[in-house]
Unconditional design. Structure first.
Lengths: 574, 648
């Protein structure tokens, strides 16, 4: 039901049941918000969206108040603007004010508010809370001093992801956000997915930098520096340079990275194909040898950490395959160096990932060889962009270039791993070939392409009737595990990604205001799959060559040694 | 102590509540008259063991009494009672000799027990200070002892909620039933539909006693009419205002009245489960409440199919973890759900969507304790008490510089002046009244000239304060209003839940500004002085924004103590800011000490003790205080044997 309400002396049409904020939004009236998160229940904590409603003694929050027919609303009256301004000034009165030293300098919501509300004078000075930053985490650094307690990270961690690591601690002005008992992040149940960073309006949460040593390594004569570029970085990095999302810029990035001095630029999509080959072989073996099923995917390190913490009992169900990043790392250290006569001691392997958890993964004990990791530095998309800027390179002033031999070719199946459900699609293609000896006729599986956090599809491959599920957020994975424990047996493979939106929406991606960015990145990936001539991993000539020259066969002896890993139970506080 | 334990409870309940069995009449009537203490066979010693009593030493008094009786082999009954409201007289001991009236004694500490009992058990009046005697037609009067009912304190009260407090044994459901208890519950269950109960309460004009003043009956109707199969009732006993202890007195003195009220209310909104949320610091209250719930369950007045009506109710007691904000209903709900006690925006109101997402009524203890009397006497009776819009009575907890600190329940429409001066005897030590703080920390202070205002939700609002939950703090001329504003602001900024910006940051800044103006600027630079003045300039704007934009009642009312003090005592603030003086001498930092040259002998005692070396002078010559270095600690004042140090 629609009805008119009066806003700023003009009439707009509101719908029954929506909040004032929704009505205003639809009518193009912008009210600032801070704690508001679309699709989640309003908490009303930031008071930025307050409006004046005639007949109400106090200002009311438009995010939580349902619109009513009698309402006469003022969204920017002096009283409202003064209230918003005072509240931002109050936040600033307890803020370190070190914008120039801040990770989020130039991309900070608090800065924008201060600018929008024309705050040019310090009206409130008071004692600031002095908190130390917590650099203990392998991926994420928490700096409570910069936290403005909007609670978005807490709600993301709890309601969207399902890890529930962050929470409010203490009361009143002493409130801070942190893991249980305000312990360090490395001791907490944090799964390092980095979605809290994406939710944070300020610099209170950011990734641990791996790019600091990189410049030195690049300019060191003896060091051979290689970088691998994740499938999803290609579709998102350009946004950091002001280019709208929706296209794959891997070619330009390859060129830019060569200019910065990398000796080789490899494509992680290649090892994504490798991962799919191994995964399909493992799946086939489980199916044919009555192995334990369903099999869970293992490419998302955040999911792996969650599983080790809360569901160690399902370790046998999780694929033993290393993730594409680590597979490529292992192949580079063990095969590439020998082939090209490079001293492994002089090798410096970098990976550019859309993810903060990959930083954690690279340091997992199981991923090291004699204490040395296969991947030395993991950069997030944001760090990579900053690194390119540091080296004075204009991304758009390049010609498209290919990745370097021998890990240069990918199938579109490898690229698909960037999106939720993509791994499952790619796996089905290769599994179909392995089980039937024939190519799959219909590459596109629409059930896996809908934009939902939980997807399921049932497919008949040869004699097997198989169920596949793809979930993005550990919350859904947890639910599925409970269902399976309760006896559900129609699912045979489960793809788990910790981030909603998969890798294209990962915790290391550019922090942009554009709400449609993730959709556009997803579309770019699907466009590649539509156009690419090689749509299956087993037809990737570089993969075929690698198996012929070095690995032997999928799931073989060499694969088991280099490409497979193990998991163990982790004890963390709740 | 629990002498009534031997009585067959179900038989008594059946006799009193579900119709009289003629055969049993004589036995039962005899029992009832004993329970009502109309007839006692042996001396009964009542000891006030509320929290206030215990703090004053009632525990030791009781032990001394029991020892005395054992030693002298005297057969007497010792009964624990709650607080009658005269906390100032604790430990209070009442004694009822067979055939004589019950008589109250003030401040019977353990050392006074023996002399008191020696006399009184021999039916002679001891020297101990007597408060007064109870009225009773069949009991012989004590000569020369005034009646309690003639004391201004009792005469001017209208005790509905506190009727039994301090008089009956809170451990005994039998006593409560014998005095007509649980009759209202029986009547409601048997004669009225839930709708009708809501209607009666709505007609009575009862409004929320937690401070909001929302019509109780209307709230119930909203919840009753909400479409859902499950509903909850919550009794809010998270009484956390400093200086408020009305709910505690009910929990400790008459828990069954509350339970009866809860049961009737739950029936009215068709709730099968009720929660009583009590702050964990009320250990005694929790204990008595839990015992009372057990007794009521045993008597079939709680639990499954109460009195055969088909209505079932379980009451669960939840302990609060000590957060002031949990008195706010949505924060309280959150706390019961096991989450962090933080408020959430309304609407949706709890009556539509509350505990676990179900329609929930949250009522204050005092509100619910009014219900049995309303059902018993009818809505018209209740509506006849009080003013046009505020019906019934209100319990106030009086604290501060007042002669009678304690509880008083007066009809709505009584003036604050009557309450302070007549019921509670005016300001202590004959000092002049400066202001009263009404409604706890989030209330406002009223100056003496505004005391003519009547106790009425609207009238108090008009006078610039709120009814609040009933805490009333009396301040005399020795009180510094800036200090008071600072105290309450500090309390609120510490108790803020930290959720919304204005309350979390704003109240802290407000407190800091107040701290700055009451602090002595030692080594303050010009810049800092400027900052201090800037703070003062922002104070009112800041207070307005906090009031205007905070999420819950805590924040919305956090500036009240400051704004009201500023309104009524602006000149005191100005003195602090501009003259750097505190007229009440409370703000220590602002005291300036001088040495009288005529009196100073140069003994150097002060210079030796001065922690900041602010005193200079050679031995045997007069000394001086360097003002900039002095921190106003007052040590020199204390050590000077020649009264040479003085304050200006």
């Amino acid at each position: 039901m629609n009805f008119p309400i009066e806003v700023n002396n003009k009439t707009i049409i509101a719908r029954k049941g929506e909040t004032i904020l929704e009505a205003l939004d639809r009518n193009g009236i912008n009210v600032p918000t801070l704690c508001h998160m679309p699709d989640l229940y309003p908490t009303g904590s930031c008071r930025m969206c307050v409006v004046e409603v005639e007949g109400k003694p106090n200002l009311i929050t438009s995010c939580s108040y349902p619109v009513e027919e009698w309402m006469k609303i003022k969204t920017h009256s002096p009283r409202v603007v003064n209230a918003r301004k005072t509240n931002v000034e109050l936040l600033l009165s307890n803020h370190p004010d070190d914008c120039l030293y801040c990770e989020r300098n130039g991309n900070c919501e608090l800065q924008s508010f201060a600018e929008q509300l024309n705050i040019r004078e310090r009206r409130f000075t008071g004692k600031k809370n002095k908190y130390k930053s917590d650099p203990s985490g392998s991926s994420i650094i928490r700096d409570p001093a910069k936290c403005i307690l909007c609670g978005r990270c807490v709600r993301t961690c709890d309601e969207i992801i399902g890890a529930s690591t962050l929470g409010f601690i203490g009361r009143g002005n002493k409130t801070i956000i942190g893991p249980s008992f305000n312990k360090q992040l490395n001791l907490s149940s944090c799964i390092t997915c980095g979605q809290c960073i994406m939710a944070c309006p300020t610099g209170a949460l950011h990734e641990k930098r791996h790019s600091t040593d990189l410049q030195n390594a690049l300019h060191h004569k003896e060091t051979h520096v290689v970088i691998q570029l994740s499938p999803s970085v290609g579709v998102s990095l350009a946004e950091e340079f002001g280019i709208k999302a929706g296209k794959d810029f891997s070619g330009l990035i390859n060129a830019a990275l060569r200019k910065t001095g990398f000796d080789k630029v490899f494509d992680t999509s290649f090892s994504a194909d490798l991962y799919i080959m191994e995964l399909a072989a493992e799946m086939e073996s489980r199916l044919k040898n009555n192995g334990v099923l369903p099999m869970f995917s293992s490419d998302c390190p955040a999911w792996i950490k969650y599983m080790e913490q809360w569901h160690p009992e399902i370790i046998p169900y999780v694929s033993v395959c290393k993730s594409p990043q680590q597979m490529l790392g292992a192949v580079i250290t063990n095969h590439y160096t020998k082939t090209y006569h490079i001293n492994p001691d002089h090798l410096y392997t970098v990976s550019a990932m859309p993810c903060t958890a990959k930083k954690f993964e690279a340091q997992r004990e199981q991923m090291t060889h004699k204490g040395i990791s296969d991947v030395d530095a993991v950069l997030t998309t944001r760090e990579l962009a900053q690194f390119i800027r540091l080296n004075g390179i204009d991304l758009q002033q390049n010609e498209t270039e290919h990745a370097d031999f021998p890990f240069h070719i990918r199938s579109s199946a490898g690229k698909l791993m960037a999106v939720p459900g993509g791994l499952t699609e790619s796996l089905i293609r290769t599994l179909h070939f392995r089980l039937t000896g024939k190519d799959i006729s219909n590459f596109k599986i629409n059930e896996l392409r809908i934009s939902k956090d939980y997807k399921e599809v049932k497919i008949k491959i040869g004699d097997y009737k198989l169920g596949f599920a793809a979930v993005s957020s550990v919350k859904h994975a947890n639910q599925l595990i409970e269902e399976i424990k309760a006896g559900r047996n129609d699912i045979h493979f489960i793809e788990v990604m910790a981030c909603p939106g998969g890798c294209v929406g990962g915790g290391g991606q550019p922090i942009v205001k554009d709400a449609g960015a993730i959709k556009a990145r997803t579309k770019a990936i699907y466009d590649i799959d539509d156009k690419d001539p090689i749509k299956v991993s087993y037809k990737n000539p570089a993969i075929v060559e690698l198996y012929r020259d070095f690995l032997g066969e999928p799931n073989g002896e060499m694969s088991t040694k280099l490409l497979h890993t193990s998991y163990k139970k982790r004890d963390v506080p709740l | 102590m629990n002498s009534t334990k031997s009585i067959d409870l179900p038989r008594l309940a059946a006799y009193c509540l579900t119709g009289k069995n003629q055969e049993e009449t004589s036995i039962m009537e005899d029992l009832i008259s004993k329970l009502r203490r109309d007839r006692v066979d042996k001396p009964v010693i009542y000891i006030g063991t509320g929290t206030c009593g215990y703090i004053a030493g009632a525990g030791r008094t009781m032990q001394a009494t029991l020892n005395y009786l054992k030693e002298k082999e005297i057969d007497a009954e010792v009964v624990e009672v709650g607080c009658i409201g005269l906390c100032i007289h604790e430990p209070m001991v009442d004694i009822q000799m067979p055939g004589k009236r019950r008589i109250s004694f003030s401040r019977v500490t353990e050392d006074k027990v023996e002399s008191l009992l020696d006399e009184i058990l021999n039916n002679s009046l001891p020297d101990s200070p007597v408060i007064g005697q109870y009225s009773h037609n069949n009991h012989e009067q004590w000569e020369g002892v005034k009646l309690l009912s003639e004391m201004a304190y009792f005469r001017m009260q209208n005790r509905i909620v506190l009727k039994n407090c301090g008089i009956i044994n809170p451990f005994s459901i039998e006593e409560y039933i014998a005095r007509g208890g649980y009759k209202s519950l029986t009547r409601a269950l048997r004669n009225y539909s839930p709708d009708k109960v809501c209607e009666i309460v709505e007609d009575s004009g009862l409004r929320g006693r937690g401070g909001g003043g929302f019509p109780t009956g209307r709230k119930w109707k909203t919840a009753l009419n909400a479409q859902d199969e499950q509903r909850f009732l919550i009794c809010n006993g998270d009484e956390s205002d400093p200086g408020a202890f009305m709910d505690r007195a009910i929990f400790e003195g008459d828990p069954h009245k509350l339970i009866e009220g809860v049961a009737i209310s739950a029936y009215a909104i068709n709730a099968g489960k009720a929660y009583i949320y009590v702050r964990a610091e009320y250990a005694l209250a929790l204990d008595r409440l839990r015992r009372a719930i057990d007794q009521a369950t045993e008597a079939g007045l709680l639990g499954h199919n109460i009195l055969g009506s088909g209505f079932s109710l379980t009451i669960q007691v939840r302990e609060g973890a000590g957060a002031f904000v949990c008195g706010e209903e949505t924060a309280l709900i959150s706390s019961i759900e096991g989450k962090r006690g933080t408020p959430r925006p309304k609407p949706p109101f709890p009556a539509i969507k509350g505990l676990f997402g179900k329609p929930t009524v949250v009522n204050n203890v005092e509100t619910l304790a009014n219900i049995p009397a309303i059902i018993e006497n009818g809505p018209a009776w209740f509506a006849s008490i009080g003013t046009e819009k505020s019906k019934g009575t209100k319990v106030f907890a009086l604290a501060g510089k007042i002669s009678i600190t304690g509880l008083a329940e007066v009809s709505m429409g009584t003036s604050l002046k009557d309450l302070v001066y007549y019921v509670c005897g005016g300001v202590k030590n004959g000092k002049r009244l400066k202001a009263i703080q009404l409604g706890g920390p989030s209330g406002s202070c009223l100056p003496e000239k505004s005391l003519d205002v009547l106790i009425d939700y609207e009238a108090l609002l008009e006078a610039g304060t709120i009814m609040g939950s009933g805490g009333l703090v009396v301040m005399d001329e020795d009180t510094c209003m800036v200090d008071i504003a600072k105290f309450f602001t500090d309390f609120l900024q510490r108790e803020s839940c930290g959720k919304c910006i204005p309350c979390r940051e704003g109240s802290r800044r407000m407190h800091e500004i107040l701290e700055n103006i009451t602090r002595r600027p030692v080594n303050e630079s010009g810049y800092e002085t400027l900052e201090r003045f800037k703070g003062v300039m922002q104070l009112e704007n800041l207070a307005d924004v906090i009031k205007d934009t905070s999420l819950c009642g805590l924040g919305q009312t956090a500036p009240n103590p400051l704004l009201s003090a500023l309104k009524h005592f602006r000149e005191e603030f100005e003195e602090h800011i501009f003259d750097r003086k505190c007229r009440a001498g409370v703000c220590k930092d602002l005291k300036v000490y001088y040495i009288d040259v005529e009196k100073c002998t140069g003994c150097t005692a002060c210079a030796k003790k001065c922690p900041t070396n602010a005193i200079i002078g050679s031995p045997r010559t007069p000394h001086f205080i360097i003002e900039d270095k002095c921190i106003g600690c007052g040590i020199c004042f204390d050590v000077c044997k020649f009264v040479a140090v003085f304050v200006k």
